[in-house]
Write a new protein. Sequence first.
Length: 539
Amino acid sequence: MDDLQRTERSDRSTTAAAPPTTDPATGLPTTRRRYLAGTVALGVLGGVGLLASPAAATETFADVLASYSDRFGTIIDVTEAGADNTGNQPITGVLRTLVDDDTLLVFPPGTYAMDEQLRFTGFTNFGLLGNDATIVPANVYDYAGPQYRLFRLGVQYRPGRDLLFRGFTIDQSAPDTGVRVIESFVEDGLEVRDILIQGQHDSGAFGPALTAVMDPAGSGHIQNFSAADGGAWVSDTPDPLGLWRGPTGMLLSKYHAGTLEIRDCTLGGFPDNGLYGHTTGTVNVVGGLFKNSNAASIRLAGTNCTVDGTTVTVDENPAHFRNQRGIRLDEGTGFRISNVTVNLPAPNGDAISVLSGVASARIEGTTVSIGDRVNHGIVISPGAGPADIVDTDVVIDGGGNAIQINGTDEGPVVVEGVSIRGTASGAKFRHAIRCERNGCEFRGVTVRQSGPDKRRAIVFNGDDCLLYKGDFKTTHHPVIDNSAGTWMETNTLESYGGYAAIRLNNSSSDATIKDNTLYYGVLDLGCDGLRMYGNDVVE
């Protein structure tokens, strides 16, 4: 029976005529139609005990099952219906006979083999719930390709509605294994929780997850989804699909138009991005750990997307991984990065990139640390719209720019309450802050860069910029001005090497220097229209 036929079957749920009694083992009404052995209610939910909070680790499976009892009209123990939980016989054929609307399939403790995908589309209210359940996919040679997926639930032209997928361990530790664990297209009501993937994805097939909430008013959440071992580069795999670089960790379809929260998830190093969403919808990343992916560990496009309280790390540079950015914002408006830690002890790409398609962005309360090779911190591309960088710390021991602002008249970048520290060794990029854009503001910025080779705090190549209440101390001139209309007020500017606090090149004009503390004065190489007053010059 194909998917279209299957979804047209009559609803198998029943309604009790009399008030239900309660099964003390499960907390479920005994009059509800279900196929549940008593053992299903025992133990701790498989994914929960491993991935969730300590409080959740004490939650019994009976509690979890009872929490869904009012949602589903039919609850089926898949082993009672004939699915093998010893790992000896594949289960997809049995599952195909069970899928239906308003139905929850429960997987008791055990090991379940799969060598082909389960496809179910156009559903309403369907779920799969594991209780210490481990699914083992066949290796890529024995899997029914090219559909290298475990569960394909909804498709773009026939999405489902209200999907639960929770509590499974996927064991892909054997060689040449790794399939898409879940591919889901729903209009609304997506819940994916407590999924643990063990072993590197080394088959070269689709990455672990692809999903979309397609209704602009719809919502969903993915929580405690872990694929910490990442994926192998395509040339190191059997490559059954001819992928470009290899799998993506978690891919959000271009058809995603609703709101999706991704909470407390872990993705290791994948060849073609870790979390990748190029959508028109909203993606909110909350907490979690994203490491070592090629292209970017988090890459987003969309509307009002956020990354909050997340840790991004690059501490390994696998072969072929040429550009490992921490966070990459591609396209959209209203981006916000808050309370994020981007830690790059083995830097191999920008910490945070805001690309030309981004209309507006804000980075706040964030910490960026970069190891001792040349690498940039926060980069605003030409074409990107206005941006704020607020209350953020950058520790940069390599010779890149801590903040690089490109463009001309796309709108101001406001940098406020930012601290830049570190040795900044190397001279390839001499300025902690490089400002190419007009109208930018720098308020309450602190820079301490003691590195060799003429390290400077800031260079102005954009016109009509403001430097206010800054505290800069660098090896070379703290400030270099090549622009028109720069206003510098109430700053303390000092060079470790005894250079003048400000150097005004002959391209500088109409600069105002007011009420500053200037160690070793100002080096004026031909600024036209210079105004200086109220400054304290310290020799």
